[in-house]
Design a protein around this ligand. Sequence first.
Ligand SMILES: C[S@@+](CC[C@H](N)C(=O)[O-])C[C@H]1O[C@@H](n2cnc3c(N)ncnc32)[C@H](O)[C@@H]1O
Length: 305
Amino acid sequence: MTPGAGRWLLRVDWSDETRDLAWAEALALGARPGPAPGLVWADAGAPDGAAFLLGAGEVVAAGPPGGPVAPMVEEARVVQVPRGPWKARGSPLDLLATLGWRTRYEPSSRAPRPDRPAFVLYPTAAGWWLVRATGAPRWVEPALVHRTSTSLPSRLARAVVNLVARPGDRVLDPVCGTGVLLVEAARRGCRATGGDTSPKAAWRARANLRALGLEATAEVRDALTRDDGPYDAVVGDLPYGLRLAHHDLAPFARALPRLGRRWALVAHLDLSADLSRHGRAPRLVVRVPKSTFCRYVHVGEEPTA
Ligand SMILES: C[S@@+](CC[C@H](N)C(=O)[O-])C[C@H]1O[C@@H](n2cnc3c(N)ncnc32)[C@H](O)[C@@H]1O
């Protein structure tokens, strides 16, 4: 039951909208499935740059369902109990009593507050896991100066980048719009290049990058005729929305191998059948059921020669 030294238990986002994306992101960043859905293990602290991790930390006590647990810290004053299926596994109060600490528990579905001692109890089918959380939330929302109704939420954009790109990679968003994906790629330390056929969009993307002091380019350029690839990764929020005519995708699918080796493409529809028909079958499609409108993230790579 006691985890090995250096293993961290991380809780990925449990919100219905982003859970699947956060899970895919955590695995892409090197985490492994943990003792229960929504929990992952990582060897060396939280996977770098993960946007959606709510609670993350070192395991300090573990025990079978219902307790007792083996404490590995001397004292915990406040223990947060995340929303979860703990009722089926006994009361967290009973468990905390077995620790013999001066504890009070605080039901919470939110990230640990950095101003408090943060111990989080994770109830799973395999047992209780008491985790000393890292505290400060990892995500910092960028202060963009331009957004439009089609701009991706920045946290979603960060996850899309993390699915296919690593710091130092050359990353292309050939349909960059206001540049939300470019901003996240640059914030991750990628060398980001953007293009859009709309001069206004390219100008907005440059203004966003400049406002944040990020070095990345955004030019007026047609994705279908680019010849500066292949980049390490292509990210894009495709201009094929609800009014998508499926055949519109064909030229883009044909251009994809020239654009990048790995790709993560966002669309309002599940385009996997269309991408497959054009020889670009995604290896993963993640649904993000936003309340306003649903999005699908298609992830794939070109076969190595
Ligand atoms: C869904 S929007 C991208 C939104 C973007 N993620 C953002 O944060 O603003 C799609 C963009 O693709 C651009 N576009 C459409 N066809 C294009 C093409 N052939 N080459 C380059 N850009 C194109 C549109 O001008 C539009 O800005």
